[in-house]
Design a protein around this ligand. Structure first.
Ligand code: CAA
Length: 305
């Protein structure tokens, strides 16, 4: 089973895309980061640079290597990442990981186009990092459903140890096995998931987050008390309101909108009023500097009154 030589990451500018590009390059793969706008490409490269600086500083502090070796390692990883504004360049890759916005129409259009672009490279595998959309639909429109998986990472990709590998009824064994191997090579624990709403993690996590927001709607507890309760009472690294802000309220919102449309009878898929109001006001949490809490970059501040 031949390994991948060059991995295309479409959407390298985003929260997930830059992290996936970083861990892939750090594992020794050549990476081609693709974006449609120069500003997004620049933002992605800067995010990777900043994150690698943190990794190096931590390793120097731990005595893994000295500053010079850390700088050399960082330069080596950055050197494996090339970039492009032209999706046609994906034809030079043998794995393309897509991390574009969570909109099914956009993704279907993207995969129809990508299938044509990569037609001359029949072994190229496609992997979507969607957090909640159906993989089968994308696989079918791509023209290579047997070489298509979901590859769902978690935020922050650099630190979270899991990747879900989602196979559809069309995915062949070789592709699935290759992707499990790829997940392990980039340092993640892999789990195998089916093409069900939210796969494993989000099917459990998102209803939990929205239940916490429903408590806010019912004025049953303050957001700080909900967060501290789940941190100290259940051992979670972040409470649910904090985590929702961290993931992005727009992301939580769009997952629920999609699920309610596709599974209207599923009682677990609720839209809390406070979530809907925040998103309509453009307050998406960490990424906009304001959600349930104020944010200064990565740092959570006081609650929004
Ligand atoms: N890159 C590199 N290093 C980073 C980093 C990044 N992006 N972010 C943080 N670090 C480093 C920090 O610099 C810090 O280094 P030092 O120890 O040298 O200071 C170290 O990592 C630990 O960071 P923090 O002290 O800031 O944070 P922490 O120990 O509290 O852990 C966390 C941070 C891992 C995010 C933890 O709070 C956590 O696990 N939170 C829950 C995250 C979670 O649940 N994610 C899944 C969301 S769901 C999802 O993503 C799926 C979806 O589809 C919606």
């Amino acid at each position: 089973m031949a390994d991948f030589k060059k991995v295309g990451i479409v959407g390298i500018g985003g929260l997930m895309g830059h992290g996936v590009a970083q861990v892939t390059a750090a594992a020794g793969y050549q990476v081609l980061g693709i974006e449609s706008q120069q500003s997004a490409l620049d933002a992605g490269v800067k995010r990777i640079d900043d994150s690698l600086s943190k990794v190096v500083a931590r390793n120097v502090k731990k005595g893994v290597y000295d500053e010079a070796a850390g700088a050399a390692e960082k330069a080596e990883i950055m050197g494996r990442i090339s970039t492009s504004l032209d999706i046609n360049d994906a034809s030079s890759c043998d794995l393309v990981i897509e991390a574009i916005p969570e909109n099914m129409d956009l993704k279907l259009e993207f995969y129809k186009n990508l299938g044509n672009i990569v037609e001359s490279n029949p072994d190229c595998v496609f992997a979507s990092n969607t957090s909640s959309l159906q993989i089968t639909q994308m696989a079918e429109i791509s023209g290579r459903p047997d070489k298509f998986v979901g590859l769902h990472f978690f935020n922050p990709v650099q630190l979270m140890k899991l990747v879900e590998v989602i196979r559809t009824d069309h995915t062949n064994d070789e592709t699935f096995d290759k992707m499990i191997t790829f997940g392990k090579k980039i340092g993640k624990t892999t789990v195998s998931a089916k093409d069900t709403p939210g796969f494993i993690v989000n099917r459990l996590l998102v209803p939990y987050l929205t239940q916490a927001m429903a408590m806010v709607d019912r004025d049953e507890a303050s957001i700080e008390d909900i967060d501290v309760s789940m941190q100290l009472g259940a051992g979670h690294p972040m409470g649910p309101i904090h985590l929702s802000d961290y993931i992005g309220l727009d992301t939580c919102h769009s997952i629920i909108v999609g699920w309610q449309k596709d599974f209207p009878k599923e009682a677990a898929f609720i839209m809390p009023e406070c979530l809907d109001a925040k998103v309509k006001a453009g307050d998406f949490g960490r990424k906009t500097g304001k959600g349930f809490y104020h944010w200064d970059g990565e740092k959570k501040g006081e609650r929004v009154e």
